[in-house]
Design a protein around this ligand. Structure first.
Ligand SMILES: O=P(O)(O)OC[C@H]1O[C@H](OP(=O)(O)OP(=O)(O)O)[C@H](O)[C@@H]1O
Ligand SMILES: O=c1cc[nH]c(=O)[nH]1
Ligand SMILES: [Mg+2]
Length: 208
């Protein structure tokens, strides 16, 4: 599995701000979205281009356009919504496939509760967004679902990844690519990432 930890200074700076205890909902939302944009920029660097004729002011010319069907962005509810606007800033014509998944607090296993996927998944790049890769269970279940519906080209964008989650993802889906703004130390006994961000969904939605 290709794992890319983004070391761009803007990303590192923004992740540092995200970790601050007592951060406001507004600031957490803004930073999650901004880092979502920066991760998207990196993750789309290898998209294939094709030459297309256009009428320019100076006559007909050939310009570069992204090849193939439109990308589908896959936010994992709830917390993935916090990165969606940032991805759409760079890919405004993307399709969106919504997957509802929460992690059972006791078993730490993912529980699926909603799905509404784009058509023609077999012909689109799928970019999954979720701030946290902890045990990896939610991401693995989402990729299982996308593959069952035909996806073959998948990239996952997360703000913070735990080594345990990366290892589990690599075992289950070695063919995907993971882009993360930080690889942290470990999980605690409750399955939270250390040092991590705390509960990203609660921080984005102002719950708890
Ligand atoms: O890698 P895992 O161990 O599966 O944990 C990560 C998942 O946990 C969080 O979601 P949560 O279950 O808190 O749902 P929420 O987004 O609705 O808050 C997070 O946004 C991931 O989806
Ligand atoms: O650290 C973690 C782990 C799972 N979900 C979160 O929101 N944070
Ligand atoms: Mg949560």
């Amino acid at each position: 599995m290709k794992v890319v930890e983004i070391n761009h200074p803007l990303v590192k700076h923004k992740v540092g701000l995200l970790r601050k205890d007592g951060i406001s909902t507004r600031e957490f939302r803004q930073l999650a979205s901004e880092i979502g944009s920066l991760l998207t920029y990196e993750a789309t660097a290898d998209l294939a281009l094709e030459k297309t004729p256009i009428q320019c002011w100076s006559g007909e010319i050939m310009v570069d356009q992204i090849q193939g069907k439109k990308v589908t962005i896959v936010p994992i509810l709830r917390a993935g919504l916090g990165m969606l606007d940032g991805v759409l800033e760079l890919i405004p014509n993307a399709r969106i496939s919504v997957v509802g998944m929460y992690r059972d607090e006791q078993s730490l296993k993912p529980v699926s509760y909603f799905q509404k996927l784009s058509a023609d998944l077999d012909q689109r790049l799928a970019i999954i967004v979720d701030p946290m890769l902890a045990t990896g269970g939610s991401m693995i279940a989402t990729i299982d679902l996308l593959k069952q519906h035909g996806s073959t080209h998948i990239k996952a964008l997360v703000l913070v990844a735990a080594p345990e989650g990366i290892a589990a993802l690599e075992k289950a889906h070695p063919d995907i690519e993971l882009y993360t703004a930080a690889i942290d130390e470990c999980l605690n006994e409750q399955g939270y990432i250390l040092p991590g961000l705390g509960d990203a969904g609660d921080k984005l939605f102002g719950t708890k």
